[in-house]
Design a protein around this ligand. Structure first.
Ligand code: NHO
Length: 371
């Protein structure tokens, strides 16, 4: 049979974007030789913040040379509206892959979807900012209440772990979500697993933050992890899928681990330098928990019936699955009516380019099946 043509446009080629393009290259080869329904996947657009490469006539970009093509391109970067216009006139269906954390790109999802362009993304902004944007996205999408493109965002929570798809399956098969609880940040997971491992030990809090930073587990400015906002965004997404109308990640209590006195530090470096002054407070917390035979972890939880969402430090028995987490893994427990007191638990790597890109590529495959 003749191969079906599908175009892929990629915005953002950093850690996740590069890993995605490498997975796309494998997928393209596999799909082109599929015996029953071959698909001709073609990359037609690739961009990072200051560079963009595409051909006016939609001829494909070589997936083996995108990096040099992009580097040598002198094109000016179009606005989201101009991108939507270019992609909507393409002579085949288009899947837009947004691997940025950019707010303007996310704000344009309803526009893309309305023009029948499908969107797959690990960018949390579109799904965890104001409620209106979330509603506009699903009003436009064919897998919402609209008739535009399809939208999937599995990697916005737990990287490639099947968190959102599992939650949707639970709900659509008639289960009732009672509570969702877990460790949703790779950085916070690593920090607390090493600050207070089960069985004792661990360094001072500031020393563990320094170690996490050196190992590349934190954002360049660790305050962006320690303020709890990344976890709050993930909980906003899970709560909305569970049916709670959360206005924004600022609508519920989020405990920041940035000491008040250090809120005003001008740079990440100044913050890191002063953090040891506050080790005493964290040590006190550690000792209190140890006395009760517990450990401290940074968790998020959603009590669906009570409409109660919160993010912060909590104590767990050493035997609790959250206490036993290793490295920078995530763990997400779904307490539901069907599963009773033994929750459905998903656990594994929740950060990193390859693991995050896997969720994006899997979403792209979902769209291919629907188109
Ligand atoms: P990078 O490496 O900064 O890459 C961003 C790229 O976007 C760059 O190429 C930049 O030039 C481009 N860009 C920015 N604005 C643009 C614009 N307007 N137009 C064109 N290009 C633009 O970021 P990453 O790490 O590759 O992340 C990409 C997206 O994936 C972000 O939205 C991020 O939040 C999301 N994401 C990443 C991870 C991860 O592990 N790297 C995860 C999930 C989602 O599960 C992971 C996670 O939550 C990590 C978290 N820190 C944790 O749990 O500790």
């Amino acid at each position: 049979p003749a191969a079906r043509q599908i175009f892929v446009a990629v915005i953002g080629a950093g850690g996740v974007g590069k890993a995605f393009l490498s997975q796309l290259s494998q997928l393209t080869k596999r799909l082109s030789s599929e015996p029953s329904t071959p698909i001709n996947l073609a990359l037609i657009y690739v961009a990072r913040s200051s560079k963009v490469f595409f051909n006016e006539d939609y001829s494909p970009i070589s997936i083996s040379s995108w990096e040099s093509d992009l580097a040598s391109s002198t094109r000016t970067v179009p606005s989201p509206t101009q991108i939507a216009d270019y992609l909507s006139k393409a002579p085949a269906s288009v899947i837009l892959v947004d691997n940025t954390s950019n707010e303007d790109v996310a704000n344009a999802y309803p526009l893309f979807l309305g023009k029948k362009i499908s969107v797959v993304t690990p960018n949390k902004k579109g799904f965890s900012s104001n409620l209106k944007l979330w509603q506009d996205i699903f009003k436009a999408a064919s897998n919402g209440t609209g008739s535009g493109g399809y939208v999937f965002h599995e990697s916005t929570v737990g990287a490639g772990l099947p968190v959102l798809s599992t939650l949707k399956d639970l709900i659509e098969t008639g289960d009732e979500i009672v509570k969702i609880e877990g460790v949703f940040s790779g950085t916070m997971s690593f920090l607390f697993n090493s600050f207070m491992p089960v069985g004792g030990g661990g360094g001072s809090f500031s020393a563990e933050v320094t170690k996490a930073k050196e190992l590349g587990y934190t954002e360049p400015d660790p305050r962006d992890d320690l303020n709890g906002l990344d976890v709050a965004r993930k909980l906003t997404i899970l709560a909305r899928i569970s049916g709670l109308e959360i206005e924004s990640p600022a609508s519920f209590p989020v405990q920041s681990l940035i000491p008040n006195e250090l809120e005003s530090c001008k740079s990440g470096d100044e913050f890191m330098k002063r953090l040891p002054e506050f080790d005493g407070e964290m040590d006190k917390l550690k000792q209190e928990a140890a006395k009760e035979g517990k450990v401290v972890r940074f968790v998020g939880s959603i009590d669906v019936a009570e409409k109660d969402v919160k993010v912060g430090l909590e104590k767990f028995d050493a035997s609790h699955p959250i206490a036993a987490l290793k490295g920078s893994d995530n763990i997400i427990s779904f307490y539901t009516k069907r599963y009773g007191s033994n929750p459905l638990i998903i656990q594994g790597a929740g950060a990193g380019g390859d693991a995050t890109a896997m969720g994006v590529t899997a979403d792209l495959i979902k769209v291919l099946r629907l188109l």
